[in-house]
Write a protein that binds this ligand. Sequence first.
Ligand SMILES: [Mg+2]
Length: 288
Amino acid sequence: MPIINYRSLQTLTGHCQSIWKIIRFALLRTVVADFDRTLSKYCENGRICSTTHSVLEESKFMPDFYKEEAKKLKDTYMPIEFDPTKTVAEKIPKMIEWWTKGHKVLEACQLTRDTLQHIVADSHARLRNGCQWFFDKLHQLEIPILIFSAGIGDVIHETITQQSSFHSENMKIVANFLQFDEMGKMTGFAGDEIIHTFNKNENAIHSSDYFFNIKHRENLLLMGDSLGDLKMAEGADHVECFLKIGFLNFKVEENLPQYSQSFDIVILEDESLDVVNGMMRAILDLSS
Ligand SMILES: [Mg+2]
């Protein structure tokens, strides 16, 4: 049973504000969601699920040199990513270095579209329970969802396609996409800009017309599992009502105070979208 922590319960004023936001959610017009550990599970049956990067790193279809190099890079750069003594500004060049080197190694793997499908099918990446209903309802209600990730866009698209439905009419992924030639062989990465952990607020999407096109959509639901995800909607200046839902998947006691301060609702150690779907059912008055 998920535990929901309403920041609002801490004070009466806060309580009223959050309830008001939830009521305004009835006019929900757009969704921005992180992918890894937000739309995908952190854990299933006691086993940690794969992220879009670890889908590749753990795959039997990937060459050993890729796995070794990816591990070396992770051992080098992950401590920097989480180093509390360094500022984000100090970390950014290191993250760019990490992603650039990682992409270079991946480019040497001669990956194909077909292999990628097998890799995802064989992986431990799992969408949260309830994703199918969530995606279908957003599609039915013509509510756009932007999936914003520092992971591999093709892995996200494939995971959603295999485990749910990808509705191209209202779903858009902004992530690091691979480029394939006409034979389906990977030739590199699409676009010049790398999306890493710390630039989810400033990549191409915000200079693109995405938020301009949804300008009339005032109410935004943001879902993420890290504090950096809060920056995902920084380009959406027109938003009037901004409901932020955080998934706190582990180290709950340590992180809850900060998450409670930053998100309107924090969902603790739950591997489903039941809370979000329940809110949609109740407030949008959906019977099925
Ligand atoms: Mg995440």
